[in-house]
Design a binder for this molecule. Structure first.
Ligand SMILES: NC(=O)c1ccc[n+]([C@@H]2O[C@H](COP(=O)([O-])OP(=O)(O)OC[C@H]3O[C@@H](n4cnc5c(N)ncnc54)[C@H](OP(=O)(O)O)[C@@H]3O)[C@@H](O)[C@H]2O)c1
Length: 324
């Protein structure tokens, strides 16, 4: 089988394509033929050795996949040959086949294709955990989403609408904002040209925002927090801008607000049943067309470097998929 391999830390051009023997499923594992592997922003960090999770070398990037069960090891009863499945695997999905702990596999409902199914687990999973479990968002509340056209950002726009929020999409270009509006955003703010703090106050009629979803950090986190409503929740999701903001804590006091950490990777280890229930719900909503699971572009494995460069260059709306 072909595999995209990271053999040393570096940039996208340092990745290699290798021919490896097909893996065999061990006890409790299923062998999955990968039809689609999804990339996330954190793949740009993992291959550079700059992410909190460092898989042993050599490894294949891509944390999530959709494919078909080709074989099962001893003691596997939850899936069968030919099942269409999706899974979060942490890393290693950018290859023709992968042996996966069968407990991680979730069946893909009819009507949902492999490309869209591959990119559901991380972005929508993170966002459902953030909005439901961490922010306890309520119908009628306002939700501001930074980086609203990116992977987790567009998931927050769509899930915010499903949960009854009034969604304010914030992004760096009018194209990205138009994309967010197509996916349900009620209001839009271009933070490259507008003052984010003032604009958030303006669109909430001076009340401030109830829930802020921040996967970007950098220069946007503090102005957003300064516009939060009394008893608001500021969700710390990520730092795609590169810089981890240092927030003056008096803001939390003055606003009577919560600054809430979101760590989906740890949540799924601590609550595997909750993670499975969330993933099944999300795949069902995608199959019903209530969530878009929007695919920005599909690349062959050999062009993975271009795919990762597009993510790092802030050019992607929704998900990037690799075909092994
Ligand atoms: N906490 C968790 O459990 C969890 C789970 C998944 C992901 N994350 C994190 O969430 C963040 C977003 O992930 P993603 O996969 O959704 O990424 P993505 O699709 O690449 O989107 C990131 C967005 O950030 C904005 N951005 C601002 N400065 C940027 C820069 N210098 N480079 C790239 N993007 C920049 C871009 O929007 P604009 O151009 O509109 O600003 C872009 O759309 C990452 O930091 C990731 O590690 C956290």
């Amino acid at each position: 089988m072909k595999a995209l391999l990271c053999t040393r830390y570096g940039g996208p051009d340092d990745l290699e394509i290798a021919n490896l023997p097909d893996p065999q499923p061990g006890p409790g594992e299923a062998l999955v033929r990968v039809k689609a592997a999804a990339l996330n922003f954190f793949d740009t960090l993992i291959i550079a050795g700059k992410y909190q999770y460092k898989p042993p070398m050599p490894f294949s990037p891509s944390a999530e996949l959709a494919g078909v069960v080709e074989a099962v090891g001893d003691e596997v009863t939850s899936v069968r040959l030919g099942d269409r499945v999706a899974a979060y695997v942490g890393s290693g999905a950018a290859r023709g086949m992968i042996a996966v702990d069968a407990a991680r596999l979730v069946k893909i409902p009819d009507g949902l294709d492999f490309d869209r199914a591959a990119g559901v687990c991380v972005t929508y999973g993170t966002t459902l955990h953030a909005l439901k479990d961490r922010a306890d968002i309520q119908p009628g509340e306002t939700l501001a989403v930074l980086g609203a056209s990116g992977g987790v950002g567009i998931a927050a726009v769509e899930l915010g609408k499903i949960m009854g929020a009034r969604v304010i999409a914030c992004a760096s270009s009018d194209d990205k904002l138009a994309f967010a509006r197509e996916h349900g955003a009620d209001e839009t703010i271009n933070y490259a040209t507008d003052d984010l703090k003032e604009a958030l106050r303006r669109v909430t009629g001076g009340k401030g925002v109830d829930v802020i979803y921040d996967p970007v950090g950098g220069p946007y986190a503090e102005p957003a927090l300064r516009s939060i409503a009394w008893k608001g929740r500021f969700l710390v999701v990520g730092f795609a801008a590169g810089e981890i903001p240092k927030i003056p804590l008096n803001l939390a006091l003055l606003k009577g607000c919560d600054i809430v950490g979101v760590f989906w990777g740890s949540f799924i280890e601590r609550d595997p049943a909750g993670h499975r229930a969330n993933t099944e719900q999300l795949l069902e909503w995608c199959a019903q067309g209530r969530l878009s699971a929007h695919v920005h572009a599909v690349y062959p494995l050999a062009e993975a470097a271009s795919a990762l460069k597009a993510i790092a260059a802030r050019q992607v709306m929704g998900k990037i998929i690799l075909h092994p």
